[in-house]
Design a protein around this ligand. Structure first.
Ligand code: HXC
Length: 523
């Protein structure tokens, strides 16, 4: 008698199942895997192994196959139809995932590939857990024609339904071209890997054919281009492993869904810690630059922050920090870049961040040092009115606890735009260095005292004298404090302590708006 297990026995069937599963799990096979590694990319399965806590990944629909018969596909097997889907634990919390595998038909998206993604997105929505997509795909599977397009349509629809309900994070870890870029674009966060990922509507060849422009993949749609020029990419990463690590870090700040509590981390920092470094931080001359990130880090638990859009619209900072272990979203002008002015990109960057925080009940902390909106034709024609309005809208509609700290300049419309009291800030604090006014002293005097200055014997001396009087009246926090526009003037060293106290007081804030379908944010 042979030791071989007969196929028609129970043992034989189990063995057959295991053999088939193992073969499928190899995805595109050894040769394609070697090619993937040569390109300094991990396979989808290796990425999943890095992402989930060991032994927790549960694969869904491993045995799905395409059913296309056109253009030779009837003779081509594509393991798991080129995408691994499932769920598992990330630092103990459930997350759903779709990971496209470039080793199987270039991770191209056909009908069944898309349906697998629909399935895990639907599960994530029903289970109210985050959805993460690891993209590495040649785009719509050309042989499947309109089936592929339908597949994308169903994904876009689900991205939109999930928006504001569960966090959605996309990592671009290889090609993402054509309509495929819009699923990431509809999600909350896009991570890209330097030198091995790119996103564009059309690649360099089409660009050359249509408009005659010559450009490389990397310059057109690489991580740095999208992180610094277009603002499409929120986080640039160095490698696949770094990308996975950073996604896990971001997830650690986020709740599972919009009405679940925020994750609470153990904090080794003290609520009473004084930030004495901040007392000497603001330069004596108010036109000198400083780096706002140092203030954010100084007040944050263990001086840690997770910055998004680090390289784009650097005149405003958006970041997550923790205060006594709980997530807080920070929006802050950064005088180190263009004096912290508000422009089109800064307004877009901050507005989207505010709306994310509000959707997921993350309190908003704003640091203000803003000289105004950027003037000039470039900004006007780019629609600073339309884009700047987003910021007013986003702050006004948000109902989470909102705390504002004015460190220095808070001028004009930009003062209002940076979460002023009238946009619904619950608590506004100002440092003694704050200047809360319609505009800076020189500009104001040039307008209100124009004729007086021009008639003066020494116009420069007269302007200086009038500007000093204006500064004494308005370029300080006391006039605003006397009107109750700010709640408190605080010493910089007390900033962390005061924020923690106010956040604690506001932790049960509940605000409802008039009932309607949704607002109509200026876009
Ligand atoms: C079918 C595809 C594919 C696709 C790649 N493959 N893209 N199969 N449909 N879209 C297959 C290749 O035939 C090859 O199969 C394997 O994947 C690996 O691809 P290579 O070309 O060998 O890899 P590489 O040299 O690294 O080039 C990668 C690439 C290139 C630059 C992404 O494959 C490419 O240009 N692909 C087409 C990109 C594209 O135009 N996509 C359609 C966009 S339109 P074998 O069997 O040889 O291993 C779109 C519309 C969506 O997406 C609209 C939604 C609204």
């Amino acid at each position: 008698m042979s030791d071989e297990i007969r196929k028609d026995t129970t043992q034989g069937k189990i063995k057959d199942f295991e053999t088939k599963s193992q073969a499928l799990k190899l995805m595109g096979g050894e040769k394609q895997i070697a090619k993937q590694h040569e390109a300094k990319k991990l396979t989808a399965r290796e990425r999943i192994d890095l992402f989930f806590d060991e032994g927790t990944f549960q694969e869904v629909q491993l045995f799905v196959q395409h059913r296309s018969t056109l253009f030779g596909l009837d003779k081509k097997e594509i393991a798991s139809d080129g995408v691994i889907t499932g769920f598992g634990n990330v630092n103990g919390r459930v997350v759903f995932v779709a990971a496209q595998d470039f080793t199987s038909a270039g991770g191209s998206l056909g009908e069944m590939h898309a349906k697998k993604i629909w399935k895990v997105m639907d599960m994530a929505l029903d289970a109210r857990k985050p959805f993460v997509s690891l993209n590495d795909s040649g785009g719509a599977r050309i042989q499947e024609g309109v089936h592929s397009l339908e597949g994308y349509g169903g994904i876009f629809y689900r991205n939109t339904i999930c928006s504001g309900y569960i966090p959605q994070i996309h990592a671009i870890m290889g090609p993402t071209a054509g309509g495929a870029v819009y699923s990431p674009a509809l999600a909350d966060w896009i991570f890209m890997v330097k030198n091995s990922s790119y996103m564009y509507i059309t690649g360099p060849d089409v660009v050359k054919a249509v408009i005659g422009e010559e450009v490389s993949h990397e310059d057109l749609g690489g991580a740095v281009a999208h992180a610094s020029k277009s603002g499409v990419c929120h986080v640039v990463t160095e490698s696949d492993a770094d990308c996975i690590e950073k996604i896990k870090k971001l997830l650690s700040y986020l709740p599972d869904c919009c009405d679940n509590p925020l994750p609470l981390s153990e904090s080794s920092d003290s609520p009473d810690r004084l930030c004495t470094d901040l007392d000497t931080f603001i330069p004596d001359k108010s036109n000198r630059a400083y780096d706002m990130k140092k203030i954010i880090k100084s007040v944050a638990d263990n001086n840690e922050m997770f910055e998004t859009h680090e390289l784009w619209a650097q005149n405003i900072v958006t970041a997550f920090i923790r205060m006594m272990g709980k997530t807080v979203g920070v929006i802050a002008n950064n005088p180190r870049f263009y004096a912290g002015v508000l422009d089109v990109n800064a307004s877009d960057k901050a507005s989207r961040f505010i709306r994310f925080c509000d959707a997921f009940n993350i309190p908003i902390l704003t640091f203000t040092d803003v000289p105004g909106y950027m003037p000039g034709t470039t900004q006007e024609w780019a629609g600073i009115i339309r884009h700047g309005a987003k910021l007013l809208h986003a702050y006004s509609e948000s109902t989470v606890p909102k705390i504002t700290v004015i460190t220095r300049k808070a001028y004009g419309g930009a003062y209002l735009g940076m979460c002023s009291k009238q946009l619904g800030a619950d608590y506004v604090m100002a440092w003694p260095t704050a200047e809360i006014a319609v505009m800076g002293a020189d500009g104001a005097c040039n307008i209100i005292y124009r004729s007086e200055i021009s008639k003066a014997e020494d116009p420069a001396a007269k302007r200086a004298e009038l500007a000093a009087a204006y500064e004494e009246k308005f370029n300080n926090p006391y006039f605003a404090a006397s009107l109750g526009i700010i709640e408190e003037i605080i010493a910089p060293r007390d900033t962390r302590k005061r924020i923690i106290t106010v956040l604690d007081a506001l932790k049960d804030k509940k605000l409802s708006r008039v009932s309607k379908k949704h607002t109509n944010i200026p876009l």
